[in-house]
Design a protein around this ligand. Structure first.
Ligand SMILES: Cc1ncc(COP(=O)(O)O)c(C=O)c1O
Length: 391
């Protein structure tokens, strides 16, 4: 039978990247005692307010059809939140709710790209980005980022990759896998470049509430970038609730009205009980994010301290997020070989940096969403493999 080209474009961009993780899950299901540090899934339960409000909303019968843009109250809550942060007028007309950042990215790319249009993305990059760009036939243009400046994407590194087909710059701040947070001066320079070449700025801010120290800045905070900025985010990380699939897009009004029919075509509306729970959680103090910030920072420190004396490793504390990515290039081994070895010998599953792009080669990403006890085991296992201790 014949299929649409989109199925071929996405054929190798789905689950293949998770090979080590999937292998570890299979070993675990078969009874092995494996530490899974290969995925950024919060280890704590979702925010209690979220769960209670979800239950209350369902009990109140909020399980009917909604509309494509989202429930009015949640749209307003989100608009107020972004208006307060940016200090500018942002209204419900700038917001649409969708099932997660992933859907937001997909809709955004489908709404912006024609076949052959290019999206500039810092490399290393989050695994699913290639797929969302490939879906509408877009061309993914990796822009090498450097460990030397903490993997913060720089305008000067983007500039040489701009062509007449460039359509958007996709930012991730805070970044997965590196934990880098873009500074106001980074965003200013990237914004100026985007203006000069009339590019969209898509800002994936799913880790915005997991900045360990210092402030978070969005391109949306710059008044002169608002007309070209699309923010995508969700409660997946901030409220430890990836399974709720509750996310949103904040963008210019025209973008929302143009992309709305696309969203309606795919989703046929939102889920009112999820919207109610999301609204309640966003309006309350977020103790879940506070807890995650302190435990992820502590575990990152355990890793850094535990590996500090090994000459073949270069590791530093991330600024934010759920991961530590460190450099094992001095061992002469690939991240893939290392991750396979670590799983086989020490029963610890991590992701090889190679899955995050060419700049991830020779790096390893470890998730901080495990218990402190498991982190001690990870540190021991890493040290054994790095020192070449026989299994
Ligand atoms: C950078 C980044 N963007 C998007 C997502 C997907 O988030 P969501 O659960 O909101 O779809 C993830 C999930 O790990 C991520 O790391």
């Amino acid at each position: 039978m014949k299929y649409g080209d989109i199925t071929s474009r996405l054929a190798n961009l789905g689950g293949d990247k998770w090979a080590v993780h999937l292998k570890a899950l299979k070993m675990k299901a078969d009874g092995a005692d494996i530490v899974i540090a290969s995925i950024g899934e919060p280890e704590i339960p979702p925010s209690p307010i979220l769960m209670q409000s979800c239950h209350d909303a369902l009990t109140a019968g909020r399980a009917g059809y909604s509309n494509g843009q989202g429930e009015t109250d949640l749209l307003q809550t989100l608009a107020k939140r972004y208006a307060a942060r940016s200090g500018r007028a942002i209204t419900s007309a700038n917001v649409m709710t969708v099932p997660g950042t992933q859907t937001a990215l997909y809709l955004t790319m489908m709404g912006l790209l024609n076949p052959g249009d290019e999206v500039l993305v810092g490399d290393p990059f989050y695994v699913s980005y290639e797929g969302v760009v490939a879906a509408p036939g877009g061309r993914f243009v990796p822009v090498p980022m450097s460990a030397d400046n903490g993997f913060r994407l720089q305008a000067r590194d983007i500039a040489p990759h701009i062509t007449p087909r460039s359509r958007a710059i996709l930012l991730t701040t805070p970044h997965n896998p590196t934990g880098a947070v873009l500074r106001p001066e980074d965003l200013r320079a990237i914004g100026d470049l985007a203006k000069e070449h009339d590019l969209w700025i898509i800002s994936d801010e799913v880790y915005a509430e997991l900045v360990f120290d210092g402030a978070f800045t969005s391109p949306l905070d710059f008044a002169d970038l608002a007309e070209r900025t699309i923010v995508v985010s969700s409660i997946s990380k901030s409220h430890a609730a990836p399974g709720f699939r509750s996310g949103w897009i904040v963008a210019p009004e025209e973008f929302v009205s143009r992309v709305l029919p696309l969203s309606e075509t795919i989703l046929f509306g939102n889920q009112p009980f999820i919207a109610d729970a999301t609204e309640a959680a966003l309006l309350a103090p977020n103790t879940t994010a506070q807890d995650m910030r302190s435990s992820y920072r502590r575990r990152a420190q355990m890793l850094v301290d535990g590996l500090a004396d090994l000459p073949s490793v270069r590791i530093s504390l991330p600024d934010a997020g759920m991961f530590v990515m460190f450099d094992i290039r001095d061992t002469g081994r690939s991240g893939e070989a290392f991750a396979e070895d670590l799983l086989a010998r020490e029963a610890v599953s991590v992701l090889p940096g190679e899955v995050f792009g060419t700049q991830g080669a020779g790096f390893v990403r470890i998730s901080l969403t495990i218990t402190d006890t498991d982190m001690q085991r990870v540190v021991r296992g890493l040290a054994n493999v790095l020192k070449g201790v026989p299994a």
